[in-house]
Design a protein around this ligand. Structure first.
Ligand code: SAM
Length: 239
């Protein structure tokens, strides 16, 4: 699984040289700027391809991703999973949000310089942005990787999703207990757990590193009480 073309082939994504060039240049810029500002713990290109690109793209085979047109990435950090998904699927629209302005600015600047035109980047906390009329229940899909425990994350993410849409959380391999603890939060926020998946599992161990994908369906509108004030969902997760 050495290069971007192989990753795309593995995941059945249409490859072209323009997409590959954008992803390579994005990686080089993040790794270059990482020497000045803390953007990612990953310093090596091969590891970057695996743990940022391949891992971010794991959801693309799902029906939830395939049918989504407008997608939000909550807590995108240095742009994951949002940027690789946006480059691979230029016909879909992405909003990337993060509470750390330094990271948001860098991601926005690199996306602009590489003409990744289907990405908008916004600074703010999920708890506050989800109260904006233009963002609340405005997305077909929310994705989020490595941001918070599942109860807290559900409160950050589900308010952005339209009824009938979905939320995909990228979680560690042993997330069973965390999911069980989040059952009440998922229901309270208007969702239901539709399943978990370890992409690549059925093809043997061809994908060496991967998150477990947790699929939540948005069944009902989120009550106006949620998300609660900034900081409360992490201090007092819904139980
Ligand atoms: N998703 C990226 C990834 O997987 O590489 C970044 C993960 S990083 C560990 C978590 C990110 O979530 C940080 O950039 C942090 O600023 C952001 N974050 C944490 N709480 C947030 C909140 N309430 N609203 C928006 N962003 C948040």
């Amino acid at each position: 699984m050495g290069d971007i073309k192989e990753i795309f082939e593995k995941l059945d994504i249409a490859w072209d040289v323009g997409k590959e060039e954008k992803l390579l240049r994005y990686m080089d810029e993040i790794l270059r700027l990482n020497e000045q500002i803390n953007l990612t713990a990953i310093k090596d290109r091969e590891e970057f391809l695996q743990k940022h690109y391949l891992d971010s793209l794991l959801c693309v085979g799902s029906d939830e991703f395939k049918k989504a047109r407008r997608i939000i990435d909550v807590g995108t950090g240095a742009g994951f999973p949002g940027v690789p998904l946006a480059v691979a699927f230029p016909e879909k629209e992405f909003l990337l949000v993060d509470s750390l302005n330094k990271r948001v600015k860098i991601v926005a600047e690199i996306c602009e310089s590489l003409s990744i035109d289907n990405v908008c980047v916004l600074h703010g906390r999920a708890e506050e942005l989800a109260r904006r009329k233009d963002l609340r229940e405005a997305f077909d899909l929310c994705v989020s990787r490595a941001v918070a425990n599942m109860s807290t994350l559900t409160e950050y993410c589900l308010p952005f999703v339209k009824v009938g849409g979905a939320f995909i959380a990228y979680k560690g391999p042993d997330c069973g207990e965390e999911l069980a603890a989040a059952a009440k939060a998922i229901e309270t926020l208007g969702g239901s757990l539709s399943g978990t998946e370890q992409p690549g599992e059925s093809k043997g161990d061809e994908i060496p590193f991967r998150h477990t994908l947790v699929f939540i369906k948005k069944e009902n509108p989120t009550g106006s009480k949620y998300p609660r004030k900034a900081g409360i969902p992490s201090k007092e997760p819904v139980k």
